[in-house]
Design a protein around this ligand. Structure first.
Ligand SMILES: CC(=O)SCCNC(=O)CCNC(=O)[C@H](O)C(C)(C)COP(=O)(O)OP(=O)(O)OC[C@H]1O[C@@H](n2cnc3c(N)ncnc32)[C@H](O)[C@@H]1OP(=O)(O)O
Length: 406
């Protein structure tokens, strides 16, 4: 069997690695024009690749650092893992497994307490300690039925901005929302050019609208309209599909929804990956105008430093529990942790609950219940009473939500 070597990507090797990634995702090699646009942000930093015996890349795993808000509001440095792919003629030989191991060791050595990713398939990353930690819902709103309750969203103004104005204003505006929910991530400067090129300035016809309240700009929406008109069904108008909707205040949030639901010749307003608890139906006189079309896993989280991560978040009011954590890839995390509202310590006390690091990672931001995972066997309850306590300790008022694709 052919050998491979996993190592850090050196300066000058990025383009060949990008082509491997594109191939794995059924894309095309970058043209000179595309590469010229990508090169400034597709640096060698944070990239590991597998090379064949001739030195050609056959697999790639990339990451960049962001800050992720954890329950209680602290922001933790998090390795945002993206750009993972193995050339189709090299799969199932352990390349991803080796790249994940090297990457995790790098995160641990750099003192990065969390790693996160969006998974192409739900079966891949659990074995490396990642668990689905935030979810998003798809919504479809029947616009003809969607009348707003009296007074909803009337306190501010919404205006379009041009793509160039969006480049100028939206990153700073987004910065205002960071920390609004557990799971939210910062968008470093290198994240934005791809978004502006592919979405805002791309050929999808996206519009950017900004909401202004008493303190100035406080929300924005990015959407496109898809013409679905049909002569046989004259009541059918366009579909207005939301790509992003972020608001700093409840008034801005309601104002943006008012605007979206007021656009003429639209029969449906849709969006994917919205927060599970976004109360759109509560804005309307007919809540049944809002349909949930799907619920999908969003951010997969990996506690790299279990003690640091557990210490960084806040907890609900309940007696402490002792968690026994198993971590195959990073054995320094193995052990017991006493977790309570007054703090988190390593302990030699008897364990109440036993779970692997992927399961703990999926519960960490507040989505899901220990009791559900105890039912399914993913949490082993050595003390039954501790399950309900853990539910209270880890619960968060707002659903965790990431809202950023990388
Ligand atoms: C964060 C992101 O970027 S998500 C994007 C991920 N990339 C893609 O989906 C692109 C297309 N797919 C690929 O490039 C590759 O198939 C990868 C990266 C998913 C997997 O790479 P491989 O080198 O084949 O993985 P590797 O050989 O290390 O497999 C490890 C284990 O995962 C399993 N596995 C890997 N990929 C899959 C999959 N897609 N479906 C089911 N099982 C899988 C393997 O069977 C193996 O199981 P085992 O340990 O029980 O033997």
């Amino acid at each position: 069997m052919s050998e491979f070597l996993v190592r850090a990507v050196a300066e000058g090797e990025q383009r060949a690695c990008l082509d491997v990634l594109a191939e794995s995702l059924h894309g095309k090699p970058a043209t000179d024009e595309v590469w010229a646009k990508m090169a400034p942000s597709w640096t060698a930093a944070g990239k590991f690749a597998a090379f064949d015996e001739h030195g050609a890349p056959v697999g790639i795993a990339s990451s960049f650092d962001v800050e992720l808000t954890v329950p209680g509001g602290q922001k933790l440095v998090t390795a945002a893992v993206d750009g993972v792919g193995v050339r189709a003629d090299w799969t199932r030989r352990g390349i991803l497994t080796t790249m994940m191991a090297v990457q995790l060791e790098d995160f641990a050595a750099r003192g990065v307490p969390l790693a996160a990713l969006h998974a192409s398939e739900a079966v891949i990353y659990g074995r490396f300690g990642y668990g689905a930690a935030t979810f998003g819902k798809g919504v479809s709103i029947e616009r003809p039925r969607a009348r707003l309750r009296d007074g909803v969203g009337r306190t501010g103004e919404v205006r379009f901005i041009t793509p160039d104005e969006a480049v100028e204003r939206v990153p700073a505006l987004y910065h205002r929302f960071e920390g609004a929910r557990p799971g939210f991530v910062s968008r470093p400067p290198a994240w934005w050019p791809g978004f502006f090129e592919r979405v805002v300035k791309g050929d999808g016809g996206y519009r950017v609208a900004v909401h202004s309240g008493p303190d100035g700009d406080d929300g924005f929406v990015v959407y496109q309209t898809i013409d679905a008109r049909d002569r046989q069904a004259p009541e059918r108008g366009a579909i207005l599909d939301i790509r992003e909707l972020h608001a700093a205040t409840p008034q801005a949030w309601a104002g943006l929804w008012r605007f979206l639901l007021s656009v003429d010749l639209v029969s449906e307003v849709s969006g994917r990956g919205r927060p599970l608890d976004e109360p759109i139906a509560e804005l309307l006189t007919d809540p049944r105008a809002v349909n949930t079309t799907e619920i999908i896993d969003d951010l997969w989280l990996r506690l790299v430093d279990v003690l640091a991560a557990l210490r960084a978040r806040s907890y609900g009011t309940a007696e402490p529990v002792v968690l026994e954590v198993h971590d195959k890839q990073l054995p320094d995390n193995n052990g017991r942790y006493a977790v309570g509202p007054d703090g988190v310590e390593r302990t030699s006390a008897e364990a109440d609950l036993r779970l692997d690091v992927a399961t703990l990672s999926s519960l960490y931001l507040g989505h899901g219940l220990f009791s559900d995972l105890a039912l399914s066997g993913r949490v082993e309850a050595l003390d039954e009473a501790a399950v309900a306590r853990a539910d209270v300790l880890f619960h968060t008022a707002r659903s965790p939500w990431c809202g950023t694709f990388f």
